[in-house]
Write a protein that binds this ligand. Sequence first.
Ligand code: HC0
Ligand code: SF4
Length: 575
Amino acid sequence: MVNLTIDGKQISASENTTIMEAARQNGIPIPKLCYLKGINEIAACRVCVVEIEGKDKLITSCNNMVEEGMIIYTNSPKVRRNRRTTVELILSQHNCECVTCIRSGNCSLQRVANDLNIIHIPFKMEIEKQPWSKEFPLIRDSSKCIKCMRCIQVCDKVQSLSIWDVEGTGSRTTINVAGYKKIEEAACSLCGQCITHCPTGALTERDETEKVWNAIADPEKIVVVQIAPAVRAAWGEELGLSREEATVGKIIDVWRRLGADYVFDTSFSADLTIMEEGTEFLQRFTSGELKDRPMFTSCCPGWIRFIKSQYPHLVKYLSSAKSPQQMFGAVMKTYFAEKLGVSPEKIYTVSVMPCVAKKSEREMDLYHGEYVGHDVDAVVTTRELLRMIRAAHIEPSTLMDQESDRPMQEGTGAGVIFGATGGVMEAALRTAYYLLKGENPPADAFQAVRSTGFNEHQGVQEAVFQVDDVTVRTAAVSGLGNARALIDKIERGEAQYDFVEVMACPGGCVGGGGQPIHDGEELAFERGKNLYYLDKNADIRYSHENQDVQKLYEEYFEKPNSHKSHMLLHTEHMK
Ligand code: HC0
Ligand code: SF4
């Protein structure tokens, strides 16, 4: 241990602790902008400077370690002056139109400037705005970039894609897509992790809320909404609702108040996905088709974009099942439209997703008789949902639990855990066991695929399950860097699996790129616990016991992997 003094407080910290961390452990927060624990500890912004007694030069606290006998001041006049100038210089190159910024109220730069009581900016430089496509689901506004490097590091170290790079020199240094490419030409997975780790409004999702407002206002359109599993685990964070208060039932109430015609829970179609994908897995597994490579799940569009650009030769091992988002859209425009007695054109489908890549997944086509269109018409992230709640002046405390509409009402605990890493695998195994044995396993029999923290086994949960004489080797991985390491192991013959679940975002959809932002704080596994709690307390925990899914098969699809389900619920990933 090392003994030292910070702001007059005598403390001890273990060796190799940074000054920032030692201060934090003792209730002394040091302001910062670029710092991201374990990912970006490069002291680029210099906001975290501190004064050391006896030393002339201030030092950065994020990358300097505590030393025996140090006397540190985190907020001396010298520190404050220096920090203030640093922030003023950053602001001089920053587009400070905060009132029209999506991150206003949740911007680390705004907070640091406010805390320093900077009420005017003494100098201003001309700010160049780089061109950017308005069509791409990931939007970058270079005039708001503070060159903290977080996006570069997250994309590189966590997602192994290195989409961003530094460009230019001197005061013209900026961040842009590496290799002077346009973002559309780069291999961006659209995971959105650079957005959730950006301290300002430089990176955002393409806003689709206006499209949704217009559809709601259009009397010709029947607006049908679905809410993804992981949204319920995070939407309350910005509204001051506790985990217990922030139910999916209240999100359903939100959409009814916003004017949607029908509201459903994506857990329903997660159960439908399990019926299709579980059946497909057993067919491929028992036919010996999976001898050399596993079947990969296909519900995460960030992962689909990744495998297509990084491992195109493995695309044929993807499950052909569409994701729950797409399946639900297809069911809404066919089965449900028929129930309502309207044509698919009248139905406008909206998904609320914790994800940015879902905005590109929706471009998938739906062919149904005469109708050619999309399963899903608009995708809003959890953050966009929150903006709509605010725009409609809905007071969160007045929201009441409501049930989703019929006939696609039921969603099981198995469908809910889709939003956490390992959840799709666990749900699939519960049903695969039933399909093999004709009886249910204990609901928690496959919990070995759950993951409880970051960096645990490099984001991989492996498990082998024995059902009579059948052995199924599984792995669930989250984070694309972890996925790359796992695939490389499979490719080198160092690991063999039958079934692999991949989620692009660390922790799964709960940590998705469309979720609320907390200045780089990682909440995925906390949110995941919420989904496991909901599963544990669900009346039904097996997808095959979802009675509304059973009815859908009876009335429409006949059976899993039938001709009709292949037409509407599966896709050809080779395209
Ligand atoms: Fe997910 Fe999904 S679990 S990808 O994370 O499979 O986005 O929540 O909606 O589609 O259900 C996201 C979440 C979904 C889909 C489901 C899957
Ligand atoms: Fe990289 Fe993901 Fe951002 Fe694309 S969305 S640039 S893959 S971090």
